[in-house]
Design a protein around this ligand. Structure first.
Ligand code: PEP
Ligand code: MN
Length: 352
């Protein structure tokens, strides 16, 4: 039976949570067919992923099955209706992926990081309307990520989405790639029309962090998740530590709280403002602690000089000065008065 999931339409209106799942690499006909069948049976997966050409940190590892894998992917797509997706890093990859009618492409983190490669891909894709998902560059550099979208858009690509897969940092502990959530949030703020999905597998690098990271992404109103899933993850040829079985994927999904209202922007923008509020509250607390320390020092001087703790003139002048200033800043008189009464009370108690 042919699924009706339409990737282009989803990119235009990413209301439902997109789920991309599949192995890190297509390894053999049996492996990809078995994995795809199990994932399809979950009735939750929208797109099957599978790496055909693998960027490896060091040579002589498994570098991907190549063109043959594309035939299997397309066969699966024709049989099940599940759209399929693979990574392209060179114009030759683009040509082959298009030849086999792969439904969507993704651009890997190492490629996004390289403007020369990005431009070659944009040129190779000129005039195509294939949906392209762009992973963030390995370095935490938002401009490079946005630059990749600009190059693709200049080639006429109209269906673009982002994949947040974390960033290489000196210290990413406990993650494989530091999520740096503020970066996709800033991308959302600057380019609200680009849906962003979260590749929790490459952020985590291990299985035990996947659930909590997925929940965090959902709380931050991600538009979707990319999760590496393999029929026999322990024997996977690439990224074995982070892949999970389709059964475990099912269990994890049923455990996640998926927020209903996906109003494109509101959740991300709220989160951004709340982060700002948290930072301000933090500063307020630090300032209060600093003020208390100074107040204690004043208490010592008063004691040494036999002065009363309460200095009414000083207190009156502080209060009226702050109320006046607060009002010019648009704060209510009552609010400023109550805050400073509490602060003053604490100061007095410290000095007694
Ligand atoms: C992948 O998705 O398997 C992959 C290689 O990802 P990234 O480019 O995020 O490292
Ligand atoms: Mn991988």
């Amino acid at each position: 039976m042919k699924d009706s999931f339409d990737i282009r339409r989803w990119i235009e209106n990413p209301e439902e949570l997109l789920l991309i799942a599949g192995p890190c690499s297509v390894e053999s006909r049996e492996q990809i067919f078995d994995t795809a069948k199990k994932l399809h049976e979950l009735h939750r997966v929208n797109i099957l992923r599978g790496g055909i050409w693998k960027p490896r940190t060091r040579p002589n590892g498994f570098e991907g099955i190549g063109e043959e894998g594309l035939k299997w992917m397309k066969e699966i797509s024709n049989d099940t209706g599940l759209p399929v997706m693979t990574e392209v890093a060179t114009p030759e990859h683009v040509e082959l992926a298009l030849k086999y009618n792969v439904d969507a492409l993704w651009i890997g983190a190492r490629t996004t990081a390289n403007p020369f490669s990005m431009q070659q891909l944009a040129d190779a894709l000129e005039g195509c309307d294939v949906p392209v998902f762009v992973k963030n560059p390995i370095a935490p550099d938002l401009k490079l990520w946005i630059g990749a979208f600009e190059r693709l858009a200049s080639s006429g690509l109209r269906h673009l989405a982002a994949i947040h897969r974390g960033f290489q940092d000196v210290n990413s502990n406990p993650y494989r790639n530091n999520p740096r959530w503020e970066i996709p949030i800033e991308l959302r703020r600057k380019n609200p029309e680009i849906p962003i999905i979260t590749d929790i597998s490459h952020i985590c690098g291990c299985r035990n962090l996947l659930h909590d990271t997925a929940q965090k992404a959902l709380d931050l109103a991600t538009n979707g998740l990319m999760i590496e899933s393999h029929c026999n993850p322990d024997c996977a040829l690439t990224d074995a530590e982070q892949q999970i079985t389709p059964d475990n994927l099912k269990a994890m999904l049923s455990d996640l709280i998926i927020h209903k209202s996906k109003s494109n922007n509101a959740d991300f923008l709220l989160q951004e403002l709340r982060t700002q509020i948290d930072n301000i509250d933090d500063e307020l607390l630090q300032l209060l602690a600093k003020r208390s320390e100074i107040s204690s020092k004043i208490g010592v001087i008063k004691k040494e000089n036999n002065l009363t703790v309460l200095q009414l003139d000083r207190w009156n002048s502080i209060l009226s000065k702050h109320i006046e200033k607060g009002m010019t800043l648009g704060l209510k008189e009552e609010l400023v008065k109550e805050i400073f009464e509490l602060i003053h009370k604490d100061s007095i108690e410290r000095q007694l």
